[in-house]
Design a protein around this ligand. Structure first.
Ligand SMILES: [Zn+2]
Length: 184
C-alpha cells in the first residue's frame, strides 16, 4: 500500500530477467526491473521492500533534511526560549564554508552550513540555539551569551567547532545576509 511521500515507481518487465527483481533510482523515480512472469502480488511485495530500502538509504546519505532542522529548531525554541521566538525560515546552505551559521534578525532567517550535518547532534543544537538567540540579541554581548549558555553543552560545542574550524575566530555572522559582521 503506497503511503504519501513514497516515491513514484516505474516497473519494467523483461523476458530476459529470470528470477530477481532489481531496483534503482532514476531521478526521483524508483525504476523496477522485473521478470516477465512474476505474479503481480508477489512482485508488489518485492517492490515495497526494495523501495523502502532505497528511500531509507537515500535519506541516510542526505543526513538531516531542512524539515528535520526546522522541527529541531522548534523543539529548542520550546526548551530554551519558552517557545516565544518567531522566525521565518531555517535551512542548510552549501555556500557557507567559513562560518557555521548566520542569522538575519530583520528577516527572521537562519542559515546553517551543511557541514553541521556531519557533526554530532549536540553540536548542531548548539549552533541552532546560538542563531536563535541572535533573534533576541543581534550581537555577542554578555546578555547574548547568558541566553546561549542555557544550553548546557555550549562550552563543549564551542570547543568542538574551534577544533574543526580552520579559522580561529567566531563561527557565525549576524546582520544583513552576505555582509558578515566582525563577530569576534
Ligand atoms: Zn553569533
Amino acid at each position: 500500500m503506497p503511503r504519501t511521500g513514497d516515491p513514484k515507481v516505474r516497473v519494467t518487465r523483461s523476458a530476459r530477467r529470470k528470477k530477481t527483481v532489481a531496483a534503482r533510482w532514476d531521478g526521483d523515480v524508483v525504476e523496477i526491473l522485473a521478470p516477465a512472469h512474476m505474479p503481480e502480488r508477489e512482485l508488489q511485495d518485492v517492490i515495497d521492500k526494495l523501495t523502502s530500502r532505497l528511500t531509507k538509504k537515500r535519506a541516510r546519505k542526505a543526513g538531516l533534511s531542512d524539515d528535520d532542522l526546522a522541527r529541531r529548531a522548534q523543539r529548542l525554541n520550546r526548551e530554551y526560549f519558552e517557545g516565544r521566538l518567531r522566525f521565518e525560515s531555517i535551512r542548510f546552505v552549501t555556500n557557507q564554508n567559513q562560518r557555521f551559521g548566520s542569522c538575519t534578525p530583520a528577516h527572521g532567517t537562519i542559515r546553517l552550513s551543511e557541514r553541521l550535518r556531519r557533526y554530532p547532534e549536540w553540536v548542531l543544537d548548539y549552533v541552532v540555539v546560538h542563531e536563535l538567540a541572535h533573534l533576541i540579541h543581534p550581537n555577542h554581548a554578555p546578555d547574548f551569551w547568558e541566553v546561549v549558555n542555557r544550553y548546557p553543552l555550549t562550552e563543549r560545542a564551542r570547543g568542538f567547532l574551534i577544533a574543526v574550524s580552520l579559522v580561529e575566530d567566531e563561527v557565525d555572522s549576524v546582520g544583513e545576509e552576505g555582509a558578515p559582521e566582525d563577530t569576534g
